[in-house]
Write a protein that binds this ligand. Structure first.
Ligand SMILES: Nc1nc2c(c(CN[C@H]3C=C[C@H](O)[C@@H]3O)cn2[C@@H]2O[C@H](COP(=O)(O)O)[C@@H](O)[C@H]2O)c(=O)[nH]1
Length: 300
């Protein structure tokens, strides 16, 4: 994921609204270095898992839909993960490719047993797995030869909804949140074995969502300009692709990379960005008062 690392670093160097406080990073790392908090994948017990290819189909559908829950204050990621799991337990052909192509927004809502329209509902239907992968997420994964980098490249090439990128001060910035989280979900679900074995899992960066930036700000790692801090505090919407939005996400990626480097150095152990991400995210979702930025986006 060199393009994600490099383009995020460029944003961090040229940033106008968000800064990374290296003393904040030092402090967090100092506290963590003795015992790096290990968060189990599926610690909430909300995901479908059967050790086979249907799990891949489930995770692919999950991460195709893993974005923008906040406009409905009662909706969150757990509803999606658990709703899709229950749908599959009810009917194990619910995610066959021919059916995936035909779901309408209201049908998806019904599948998840959600009583209201989902945010950006029509953006959540009609992706195509059939054409290139005979309808199976397992074919997609098997063709990557245990490389997470290849998997992300393949997904972003074939599925426009996963092409999470922006133009920032004239530069292309690649963030690839959902494509990377799919690789990480496989790795986590299969515990690094079988379908979850990747020789390059260390290449994956954190997944730039709207929870982790808010956690890093609380920890004193990210600092916002007063205008940006006020906008977040007031729950004002921050436009997709604006400087502020790209900086929030890219500086989060860069800051987690810096944390990982320092932590690996101080603890003498190889730390992965995905492990740091899962820990930071789990801290964030357990903090109901967390004020996060609000951007309507299909990417995260
Ligand atoms: N950086 C990062 N962002 C993540 C996740 C996950 C779920 N990962 C699962 C995988 C294994 C574990 O067992 C987790 O359950 C969701 N999100 C993002 O959070 C936001 C939703 O927030 P809220 O509305 O409060 O639920 C939304 O942007 C969503 O895309 C993660 O791991 N890392």
């Amino acid at each position: 994921m060199e393009e994600v690392r490099e383009s995020s670093a460029w944003v961090a160097r040229n940033s106008s609204h968000v800064t990374i406080d290296s003393s904040g990073i030092e402090k967090v790392v100092e506290k963590m270095k003795e015992s790096i908090p290990k968060v189990e994948w599926d610690y909430e017990g909300i995901h479908y898992f059967d050790n086979g290819p249907l799990t891949l189909q489930y995770l692919f559908v999950l991460d195709a839909l893993n974005f923008c829950f906040w406009p409905d204050k009662d909706l969150n990621y757990d509803h999606l993960a658990k709703g899709l799991k229950d749908a599959l337990l009810d009917d194990n052909s619910a995610f066959d490719a021919d059916r995936l192509q035909k779901y309408t927004g209201p049908q998806l809502r019904e599948l998840l047993k959600w009583p209201r329209p989902l945010p950006l509902e029509e953006e959540r239907v009609g992706f195509e797995l059939e054409r290139s992968f005979a309808g199976k997420a397992s074919n997609l994964v098997e063709s990557c030869g245990k490389s997470a980098v290849k998997l992300v490249a393949l997904i972003t090439r074939h599925f426009p909804g996963f092409r999470d990128h922006s133009v920032y001060k004239g530069h292309q910035v690649f963030l690839y949140k959902r494509a990377q989280i799919f690789a990480a979900d496989l790795w986590g679900a299969f515990k690094g074995q079988g379908y979850g074995e990747f020789n390059d899992i260390g290449s994956i960066t954190m997944f730039a969502d709207y929870i982790v930036p808010a956690v890093l700000q609380q920890l004193g790692v990210l600092k916002y300009s007063s205008t940006l801090a006020n906008a977040i505090q007031a729950s004002s919407e921050i436009g997709a692709g604006t400087e502020e939005e790209v900086e929030l996400r890219a500086c989060t990626i860069y800051a987690v990379e810096k944390m990982r480097e320092l932590l690996s150095k101080k603890s003498g152990k190889q730390v992965l960005s995905v492990e740091l991400d899962l820990w930071l995210w789990s801290v964030g979702v357990q903090c109901p008062s967390l004020q996060h930025h609000r951007t309507l986006s299909i990417y995260y």
